[in-house]
Design a protein around this ligand. Structure first.
Ligand SMILES: [Zn+2]
Length: 561
């Protein structure tokens, strides 16, 4: 087996382009590259369509969607998404389950939704944006401090200076480290602590924190519970206003075969699931149980906990996030979706069971020791930079140093990338195994009289998910029921029955998660039957088409003998 890519590295736009072209050259019948849109700066947004093209078109097979790097600096996701693609391609005809998956289903993978933001994050003189580069909400830079690499060393570190009213002080044993000033601290040296940067329109006195110049947050721009700027920062002027997000939205709504979606972010080592805006009690109970079961499978494979964003991942106890991708695809389309926050420095450093958001507000001092010690052995040399003086053009003498966040907090140090990626490759493949899967389990042609036949056809859903994916999808009427159609063809006359039979939805096994063997009822609600009486001459043939939005299509020629 050829090695398609080195997993232990971050991919620039050029690297990614080369890797995808390499995939295409090596596996032309298993992968197609589609350009689903253009970024604000006109970079292509590339979608990998991974399926065996010889077993039918992608849109007639059930699908798993994967995207990454919506947020500019979260480039771990891009390597992960590309590694998942490489794993699928390399294991076709090596691994029987992956062979079956690519024959019967499709993986849609966008390894980089935000090529503009990623280009800046990985530039020699980097800029760390939340999302894209479009100025928003104002066309000019606002008054206040803007993060920037002011000494041109290719890093955006932190900046401090002594101030008696400062809110930070040095750690008593490790003076390089900054710790919060206690409410009762009145004596000692105190610091103001900022990101390295310059102050727009500085009056020599006031340092405000400026609204980001490129202040969009693409993961607030989706059409679920979208809110304007005053209520949800960075959500954009209207839902899907940004070309990167519109490209995703357009593709997903025009591909009803998608049942699962994963969006890769960093960091926290957590699998987040909807809703972000409301409690689990407001989700359909069957869906909740299915979500929990699928999440457990993800947890076992990745070692990440699976939690509801609303219950366990709010940035502020009284504020919810709106316009997020996972909420949109689940709420509107009934797609089981997960936001996977890859990598977590505290967890890697051995801090167990940390509360994701509260930890930043409050944690024992030993946790900081663990992190610093871990970085000494595993981090880049400049993970935490000793403070050095710098002549700031506006602020005079300051010190630069402290956290170099890009390859410590936001993304794993390069040496820890491969392991983080590897532990995430299996979950999407397991999702593939749970897709709804149609099979014709009986086709019986009985001669009734000369040139007259009874055709009896049984269709089963062999998958875990139903053909409506979730109760939510059914309630939203996002998914058309399954249809069985007899093709109108010359020489074949329908005597009894209808050409188009709508059989409704076929269940899988996901609705039986609460059932024990004591009260089991394995009713055949996964099955449908269609019957016709036809007039046809021996030697001719009829064709039956089975259409399902989510479970794919079957085209079945039946020879009259
Ligand atoms: Zn993110």
């Amino acid at each position: 087996m050829r090695k398609m890519m080195n997993i232990n590295r971050y991919l620039s736009n050029e690297d990614l382009h080369d890797i995808l072209q390499g995939f295409l050259a090596a596996y032309p019948s298993l992968i197609e590259l589609r350009y689903i849109g253009e970024s604000y700066e006109k970079r292509p947004i590339v979608l990998m369509v991974i399926t065996n093209q010889d077993t039918g078109p992608d849109f007639e097979k059930p699908a798993v969607w994967i995207d990454a790097n919506i947020h500019a600096t979260e480039i771990t996701g891009t390597t992960t998404a590309a590694a998942i693609a490489a794993h699928l391609l390399q294991n076709y005809q090596q691994d029987s389950e992956i062979t079956r998956l690519l024959n019967e289903s499709v993986f849609y993978i966008v390894p980089r939704v935000n090529p503009d933001g990623a280009a800046l994050a990985m530039a020699e003189k980097p800029k760390y944006l939340r999302s894209g580069v479009r100025p928003y909400p104002y066309p000019d830079r606002q008054e206040g401090l803007h993060a920037e690499d002011i000494d041109g060393d290719g890093r955006i570190l932190q900046m401090r200076f002594v101030d008696p009213s400062g809110d930070w002080k040095s750690h008593p044993q490790f003076p390089e480290r900054m710790i919060r000033r206690e409410p009762t601290d009145t004596q000692g040296t105190f610091f103001r602590l900022f990101s390295e940067g310059t102050v727009e329109d500085y009056d020599g006195v006031m340092i405000k924190s400026a609204r980001a110049f490129a202040g969009l947050d693409f993961n607030r721009n989706f059409p679920f519970d979208w809110k304007p700027e005053a209520d949800q920062l960075g959500a954009g002027p209207y839902p899907a206003s940004e070309p990167e997000i519109k490209a995703m939205v357009d593709f997903i709504v025009s591909h009803p075969n998608i049942n699962f979606a994963i969006t890769y972010h960093t960091y926290s080592r957590v699998i987040l699931r909807p809703f972000s805006t409301k409690p689990d009690s407001e989700m359909d109970t069957q869906d909740l149980w299915a979500y929990q079961k699928i999440g457990e499978i993800g947890s076992e494979l990745t070692g990440y906990r699976c939690v509801s964003t609303f219950h366990d991942f709010l940035y502020h106890p009284k504020e919810v996030t709106t316009g997020a991708f996972d909420d949109w695809v689940f709420d509107h389309l009934g797609i089981f979706s997960f936001t996977i926050e890859l990598w977590d420095l505290p967890t890697a450093a051995g801090i167990e069971d940390r509360k994701f958001i509260e930890w930043f507000r409050k944690h024992p001092a030993e946790d900081d020791d663990k992190i610093m010690n871990w970085l000494v052995n595993n981090g880049p040399e400049d993970s935490y930079v000793p403070w050095y003086t710098f002549d700031h053009p506006q602020l005079g003498k300051v010190e630069l140093g402290g956290w170099n966040t890009m390859y410590t907090w936001r993304n794993p140090p390069p040496g820890a990338l491969e392991a983080e990626v590897q532990r995430n490759i299996q979950f999407p493949i397991q999702l593939g195994k749970m897709l709804p899967t149609l099979a014709v389990t009986r086709q019986k042609l009985t001669s009734l009289a000369k040139d007259t036949y009874h055709l009896d056809l049984v269709l089963d859903n062999l998958g875990f998910l139903p053909t409506h994916t979730s109760v939510q999808g059914k309630q939203r009427q996002a998914i058309r029921p399954v249809r069985i159609e007899l093709e109108r063809s010359e020489g074949v006359t329908l005597l009894e029955g209808r050409y188009k039979i709508e059989v409704g939805h076929l269940k899988g096994r996901s609705h039986r998660l609460s059932v024990t063997s004591i009260n089991a009822n394995s009713a055949t609600d996964h099955r449908a039957r269609a019957e016709w009486v036809i007039k046809a001459a021996p030697g001719s043939s009829v064709v039956v088409h089975i259409y399902s939005d989510r479970a794919g299509c079957i085209h079945l020629p039946i020879k009259i003998i």
